[in-house]
Ligand binder design. Structure first.
Ligand SMILES: [Cu+2]
Length: 117
């Protein structure tokens, strides 16, 4: 009797564990922005693998603009920007700050490197 009662529960737990690994949350990649640079300056992604980019500013408002990937985010102090992205093509895609932040603004840039799986 006890065994029969436990079996459905055990099966349910196994199923839950299996589902969890399939529906694993995308990796969150942290990017820090400050006058006048990003850290890291180079972000490596894999084609077809979803990720969340979280851009945090350490000082004032900065942009995170990746025209080739249709990303245009703004990180405000105390309010990081979150961008979900699944790269659809491999290549090197430059990003830059598109919110004027001071004398070094024009040189505030980096690149996203997308490789095939
Ligand atoms: Cu800027």
């Amino acid at each position: 009797m006890h065994l029969l009662q436990l079996t459905p529960l055990a099966l349910a737990s196994l199923t839950a564990i299996g589902m969890q690994s399939i529906d694993a949350a995308p990796e969150v990649i942290q990017i820090q922005a400050k006058c006048y640079q990003y850290s890291p300056r180079e972000i490596h992604l894999k084609k077809g693998v979803p990720v969340v980019l979280q851009i945090t500013t350490l000082d004032k408002t900065h942009g995170f603009y990746v025209p080739d990937m249709n990303i245009d985010a703004t990180a405000k102090p105390g309010k990081p920007a979150q961008v979900s992205v699944t790269p659809t093509k491999s290549g090197v895609f430059p990003f830059s700050c598109d919110v004027f932040c001071g004398e070094g603004h024009d040189g505030m840039e980096g690149k996203v490197v997308v490789t095939d799986k």
